[in-house]
Design a protein around this ligand. Structure first.
Ligand code: PLP
Length: 434
């Protein structure tokens, strides 16, 4: 049993994996939070490191036999620090949500007030949704994007400041899951300083672009930064915490005021383990090291630039066809299409595109009048298909196909035609040769 390969040991699970591989090969993947990892990243994840308990940190473990996994975790930590130019990281969070839990546990007490971006305006569940621990345990106040004017679809910094002054939150969060623009960290920092609040950036979506300097760097201005490792960063599914160069100094003063004697890095380490997690996933941490090694290479900057160029090409192609984009375009890897002028709901569009082999997700648009299960928009990202070699022309061709589907939402012949065209485009971009 110990040496039997999966295909003979468990044909049912093997068949599900094979089916997913074929789906990934056959579909145009536009889900903004997804990407394809390299074979090397996948191999590290499927390794014997999954066997090892390694509670604690490299050199300070609660278990013996950690010499080899210490090497893997140190590689991940050193590479992450180089990648983001920062002083301290913790690569152990199992996911983005788990990294965020550690932030809350460190900075807030239950019942404390914090201010974050509204979920229906692009925020994440872990930024205070009433169904998430963050909204259940803490008192969440939300800011939104502007409704009208030249700044429509962009975060309303006047509202951020007004709500900050009114509610005096202990923490302000930045970061989003469906926001196509960059953030004004200076303005957030000024507001946080005005009321003495902590400033937290969750760069889950854009970490890969930030790493290569293609978006503004949150690290110098935020007190703590969290991320996932599997979105634009193109690593295994996981999370990470980072502190900027000057953070400890700035926070040293904050900590002294509240009687804390520990450094912020120590508090965050303790919040990850034993605060929120048990043993770290050492196979995933080794895989993070591989992915960070890939991201350090110059090719990853070329990749990031192409991601943004592709997202912009997609945005322009939609605008030319009369689509309404939230904020009118994009600075990063994603766009949010408001379908209200096209007479199709997000739910319907998701199903329609899916039937033709184009995977997107329905998404609330700001000031949406439909429910989260229906929605008026779709979110599209360029990260995954750029990994597969798509350029601006490929993305323009895909937008043309999407437009044909939306123009004739109940026409099976169109759906079949588009499906054929999708398969044709993908033939030039094979995924994995194993
Ligand atoms: C994706 C995402 C997360 C959560 O990541 P998981 O790994 O799915 O837990 C957290 N914050 C933001 C802003 C995200 O986009």
């Amino acid at each position: 049993m110990m040496n039997e390969p999966l295909d003979s040991a468990d044909a049912q699970v093997q068949a599900a994996i094979q089916r997913e591989l074929e789906r990934e090969r056959a579909d145009v993947e536009l889900i903004a939070s997804e990407n394809y990892v390299s074979r090397a990243v996948m191999e590290a994840m499927g390794s014997c490191l999954t066997n090892k308990y390694a509670e604690g940190l490299p050199g300070k473990r609660y278990y013996g036999g950690c010499e080899a996994v210490d090497v893997a975790e140190d590689l991940a930590r050193e590479r992450a620090k180089e990648l983001f130019g920062c002083e301290w990281v913790n690569v152990q969070p199992h996911s983005g949500a788990s990294a965020n839990a550690a932030v809350y546990l460190t900075l807030l007490e239950p019942g404390d007030t914090f201010l974050g971006l509204d979920l229906s305006h692009g925020g994440h569940l872990t930024h205070g949704s009433p169904v998430n621990f963050s909204g259940i345990t803490y008192h969440a106040i939300h800011y939104r994007v502007r409704k009208d004017g030249p700044q429509a679809g962009r975060i309303d910094m006047d509202e951020v400041r007004a709500k900050a002054l009114e509610h005096r939150p202990k923490m302000i969060s930045i970061g989003a899951s469906a926001y196509p623009r960059d953030f004004d960290y200076e303005a957030f920092r000024a507001i946080a300083d005005e009321i003495g609040a902590f400033l937290w950036m969750d760069m889950a979506h854009t970490a890969g672009l930030i790493a290569k300097g293609l978006l503004r760097d949150p690290l110098p201005l935020c007190d703590v930064v969290s991320t996932t490792t599997h979105k634009t960063l193109r690593g295994p599914r996981g999370g990470m915490l980072l502190l900027g160069r000057d953070t400890e100094n700035r926070l040293g003063k904050v900590a002294a005021k509240s009687g804390r004697t520990k450094m912020m890095s120590e508090l965050l380490d303790a919040a990850v383990f034993p605060g929120c997690q048990g043993g770290p996933l050492m196979h995933v941490i080794a895989s993070k090291a591989v992915a960070f090694g890939e991201a350090l290479k110059p090719e990853f900057e070329t990749y990031g630039r192409q991601v943004i160029a592709n997202a912009k090409a997609m945005a322009e192609a939609f605008c030319e066809r009369g689509y309404d984009l939230v904020s009118g375009g994009t600075d990063n890897h994603l766009i949010l299409v408001d379908l209200r002028n096209k007479g199709v709901s997000g739910k319907k569009a998701e199903r329609l595109l899916g039937a033709a082999g184009i995977t997107v997700n329905k998404n609330m648009v700001p000031y949406d009048d439909r429910s989260p299960m229906v929605t008026s928009g779709i979110r599209l990202g360029a990260a995954a298909m750029t990994t597969r070699g798509f350029n601006e022309d490929d993305f323009r061709a895909i937008v043309d196909l999407i437009d044909r589907l939306i123009a004739k939402p109940d026409d099976d012949a169109t759906t079949q035609e588009v499906k054929g065209a999708v398969a044709e485009i993908l033939r030039a971009h094979p995924l994995y040769d194993f």
